[in-house]
Ligand binder design. Structure first.
Ligand code: MN
Ligand code: MN
Length: 393
């Protein structure tokens, strides 16, 4: 037993000073550990100290964000959602033909999941390879940090996607845009570098456009301006919804690590579908933070942050959750409509420890003494990972 953990757990009921005094008086024949066990049993149930846990819920779709004629963007960075240090999110909408202009992100790689409509992207890599790709609902993209890219809505209707960045301090409104750079570069430099007379730049945008109007391109992908350019040899697109899901009693999940999507070198993405009444079992992730975006349906998430601290929040469409690395958690599906959520981890590989697996990996005798269970009760404890449990009537 890790006594330091135990001490803090029952420090509510037994002060450290009292424990120390008692330990001093104990007879030599009584082991300190069994005394601690008695003290734990005598102590009242631990209080829930939720005030000690940071807020882990944010309503991204309820923000105003950036709004223009051609599109909009709402974001959740540490400025809006302080707990999300390692991952930032953006909900972006583009009208048909609208262009999220040529830009790059100095501080973060960009992941996206297409919720609605279609989108065309271009990207350039430092090795000189380029790619033009179309995306539809259920597709994801990944652009490594610093790689130049652009997006265009293809319609019909509004294109909507969720962007995830592997840095919570990133802001979509603080990216490096091509119009911003050109607008703030001396005309004689532009003339020399880009081969046009200085007068040509008088018609260029005077400040960053960010999202501007454009014409919907034809169905066929246009060629690169430079016909000699090599196509990207590492795909930036992964069709998440086309992956064969892992089917579990209470739902299904699709997990995309760097193994399935090699360019996705800093994130793991998951799409999780929960049936009504499902329970995503108690577990934690030893090496990564977890960022969630709720697409549809409702669920309650409870986190455990050690020292008797637990906190529950309810989530629905447009809500973001953030669960820090190593924090215990579970998801209870609620309501009649199934729940769909997108999940990002700030690691290219996936790791999880479930309570069920853990209990299966210990001797029964240890657990008898630990929990005070009967043989029958012990036999009913789960022994291996359940994942997502179905409804219990
Ligand atoms: Mn971008
Ligand atoms: Mn989790």
């Amino acid at each position: 037993m890790d006594t330091s953990e135990k001490n803090s757990n029952f420090s509510e009921g037994v002060s450290r000073r009292n424990l120390f005094d008692t330990l001093g008086r104990v007879s030599a024949g009584l082991a300190a550990t069994s005394l601690i066990a008695q003290q734990v049993r005598a102590a009242p149930p631990p209080e829930t100290k939720s005030e000690g846990l940071e807020n882990f819920k944010f309503d991204i779709e309820n923000q105003t964000g950036w709004v223009g004629d051609a599109g909009s963007a709402k974001e959740a960075t540490v400025a809006e959602f302080p707990v999300s240090q390692s991952i930032a999110g953006v909900s972006m909408r583009l009208q048909p033909g609208a262009i999220r202009e040529l830009h790059w992100h100095a501080l973060a790689a960009e992941w996206a999941y297409m919720l609605k409509g279609r989108c065309r992207t271009t990207v350039i890599s430092p090795n000189g390879q380029a790619e033009i790709t179309d995306f539809e609902e259920g597709d994801t993209w990944y652009f490594p940090r610093g790689h130049g890219h652009a997006l265009q809505g293809l319609g019909p209707g509004e294109t909507h996607f969720i962007l995830g960045f592997d840095n919570g301090h990133f802001s979509e409104f603080g990216t490096f845009g091509i119009t911003d750079w050109i607008a703030h570069t001396a005309p004689h430099i532009l003339s020399r570098n880009l081969g046009l007379p200085e007068s040509a730049f008088e018609r260029f945008p005077k400040k960053e456009i960010y999202i501007g109007p454009g014409k919907v391109p034809g169905a066929a992908l246009d060629a690169f301006r430079n016909g000699d350019l090599e196509n990207s040899q590492s795909a930036h697109k992964y069709r998440l919804d086309k992956q064969t899901p892992r089917i579990l009693e209470g739902g299904e999940e699709r997990i995309v690590t760097q193994r399935e999507f090699p360019i996705q070198s800093s994130l793991t993405a998951v799409k999780m579908d929960l049936k009504p009444g499902a329970l995503r079992e108690m577990h934690w992730h030893p090496h990564a933070d977890e960022w969630q975006y709720y697409v549809k349906g409702r669920s309650k998430v409870t986190i455990f942050g050690s020292h008797a601290r637990v906190k529950t929040e309810e989530f629905g469409p447009g809500h973001v959750a953030f669960i820090k690395q190593g924090y215990g958690h579970y998801i209870e599906q609620i309501g009649d409509e199934p729940t769909t959520l997108l999940i990002l981890f700030n690691s290219p590989n996936y790791e999880e420890i479930s309570l069920s697996n853990w209990l299966g990996g210990n001797p029964a005798a240890l657990l008898y003494d630990h929990f005070g269970l009967s043989k029958d009760q012990m036999d009913r404890l789960p022994m291996k990972e359940i994942g997502i449990m179905g409804r219990r009537s």
